[in-house]
Design a protein around this ligand. Sequence first.
Ligand code: PMP
Length: 311
Amino acid sequence: MPQRYAYFQKQIVPLEEAKIGIMTHAFNYGTACFEGIRGNWNKDQGQLYLFRVREHYQRLAKSCKILGIGLPYTEDELYDLTLRVVEQCGFEEDIYIRPLAYKSSEILGVRIHNLDDDFLIFVTPFGPYLDIEKGARCCTSTWRRVDDNGIPARAKVTGIYVNSALAKTEAELNGFDEAIVLTHDGHVSEGSGENIFMIADGRLITPPASDNILVGITRDAVMRLAQEELGIETVERSIDRSELYIADEVFMTGTAAHVTPIIEIDRRAVGTGAAGTISMKLQRLYFAACLGELEKYSDWVTPAYAKVANA
Ligand code: PMP
């Protein structure tokens, strides 16, 4: 039976044995950086493909630099560790891998210096997040995205996710699937856990990193697929809220959300009100790449299991 394992305090242990003390700094103050990496189960091949593991660890290293967390592992070591935990779990379904580097001292005091750091990984089964076929209904959040001068949004800091959680809960309790969060100056930043794209006049447009987005790895994959497979270039520029209302298509990207079409924003239909044609083309390309079916993008995926189950 597959089972959840974690890498915790330099050992691989069953998930239920990986526990932190209640005084842990990161638990009290949100002083941790993390990643979310998907493993996508290819049923036909009996293989689990991990998506862009190295890129996730490169982003984690940047987040740690911003938060002053020492990450005493090379990218190769993190890559190998991840594979070891995933292999030990043995899941034959979609999974989510959560590496987390955190301030581990059990000590009071609001700061990021003179504290111990630690690193863990856990793995859990994880299905769809938003409705990727029908599409999602969104509202503009009354919450604004954290600013680079508040908590740098390009760092995937646990504490930032209070901002995301406020927006997501407001959206869901008001009957929507997801929130669109604006910057302090009122431009579109991103979803609560996704980047956002719009299609207008045949071009893809997405907010730049300077609009307080987390620079998504799925965002990058979609931009490349659009350019190389569909000949559609992406313009990175600030987007007004009302531009989304009149766009031909809108979609969101993220490790959890994959490529999710947005069919309604603030009770206005996006385009025809159904999942957009280009959005769905990109979704299909993205899934093919994720499942190891596009040779050209084979460097994006890591097969987790040495022995293929159905071979
Ligand atoms: N923005 C936020 C706030 C997120 O949490 C995520 C998910 N990690 C994204 C964007 C998308 O990033 P990625 O494609 O790397 O998962």
